[in-house]
Write a protein that binds this ligand. Structure first.
Ligand code: NAI
Length: 333
């Protein structure tokens, strides 16, 4: 769903709404800049607060010339992080290093884990009630890291912490639509599990167009959705990973959440959250969003034996990745 094409119900609220501040941490990066551009045009954002360790004043000045509702402020350097976060309702985190060819998301762990931990500590202190949207990879571990930091600070709520897996859903919609000649803008394909390689599980059998697949098509599409990020990493040949499609995905999820927080009904998005659905402590699945964030984690519905097998294989991987996150926080105290 594009920003300007959100249904009218997204913008209607009965109560007088407080000012909505959205902070982007890592705002000067490959994802951060186009994500901030999209959020600058969102009618649901009153104040867009941009934070990075470099270059945010320039990005903020540039965006501030666009005539839209959101006021833009730029904050650079750790000493200004508190100011960037204070009063934020939603904090989107694309800070960190991206993958290079040959790297897996887990290779990113050591660098990004420390960055995300530091940002989560600051969020716990300066905006303890904010909704945190984690884009920094590996999401399968960075989300548990944030949860652990917030728990230690006594401010954790599972309703307000999300790993952003929307890009997997966008890829599933695009790739299925391309193969089956259906409209990608209305097609829905739930994507569950985690956010790395084979932990990503598109439920192709539940696509909203009711299209069916041969076993070969199913295998090929599942693999392409799981490893879609590699296509971009290879095409960018050493200069980074998905940024523009990720910015679109991040903006779509942020807007959907903001709309739900404002009282719009019936908003369902896939996201990686604390979940009782499997043995994994965090799991991505369709979630009903509401005024407080996660309102209801929906049941997985009917899944095929093929999907069940992949699900059984991925859950132990997610358990391990989550534990790695918890161990990282506990060992770096
Ligand atoms: P990038 O290197 O272009 O930008 C990262 C930005 O983070 C830079 O501007 C950098 O200065 C900033 N940064 C580094 N340390 C920071 C700190 N302590 N505080 C605030 N900002 C800090 O990287 P890109 O391409 O924007 O990717 C960012 C992250 O998003 C990576 O971890 C990447 O793997 C992940 N990603 C996640 C996806 C998802 O689907 N969830 C998809 C694609 C990438």
């Amino acid at each position: 769903m594009m920003l300007s094409s959100l249904p009218a119900r997204f913008f209607s609220t009965s109560a007088v709404k407080e000012s909505t501040k959205v902070a982007v941490l890592g705002a000067a990066g490959g994802i951060g800049q186009p994500l901030s551009l999209l959020l600058k045009s969102s009618p649901l954002v009153d104040h867009l607060s941009l934070y990075d360790v470099v270059n945010t004043p320039g990005v903020a000045a540039d965006l501030s010339h666009i005539p839209s509702k959101a006021k833009v402020t730029g904050h650079v350097g750790a000493e200004n992080l508190g100011e960037a976060l204070k009063g934020a309702k939603v904090v989107v985190i694309p800070a960190g290093v991206p993958r290079k060819p040959g790297m897996t998301r887990d290779d990113l762990f050591r660098v990004n884990a420390g960055i995300v931990k530091g940002l989560a500590e600051a969020a716990a202190e300066h905006c303890p009630d904010a909704h945190l949207l984690v884009i920094s990879n590996p999401v399968n571990s960075t989300v548990p890291i944030v949860a652990e930091v917030l728990k230690k600070a006594g401010v954790y709520s599972p309703k307000r912490l999300f790993g952003v897996t929307t890009l997997d859903v966008l890829r599933a919609r695009t790739f299925v639509a391309g193969k089956k000649d259906v409209d990608p803008t209305t097609l829905k394909v739930p994507v569950i599990g985690g956010h790395a390689g084979t932990t990503i599980l598109p439920l192709l059998s539940q696509n909203s167009a009711g299209v069916t697949f041969s076993d070969e098509e199913r295998d090929q599409l599942t693999h392409r959705i799981q490893f879609g990020g590699d296509e971009v990493v290879q095409a960018k040949a050493g200069t980074g990973s998905a940024t523009l499609s990720m910015a679109q995905a991040g903006a779509e999820f942020t807007e959907a959440l903001l709309a739900a927080l404002n009282g719009s009904d019936g908003i369902v998005e896939c996201a990686f959250v604390e979940s009782p659905l499997t043995d994994a402590p965090f799991f991505a699945s369709p979630i009903k969003l509401g005024r407080e964030g996660v309102e209801e984690i929906l049941e997985l519905g009917q899944i095929t034996p093929f999907e069940q097998k992949l699900l059984d294989e991925l859950v132990p991987v997610l358990v391990k990745s989550a534990q790695a996150g918890v161990d990282f926080v506990n060992s770096s105290e």
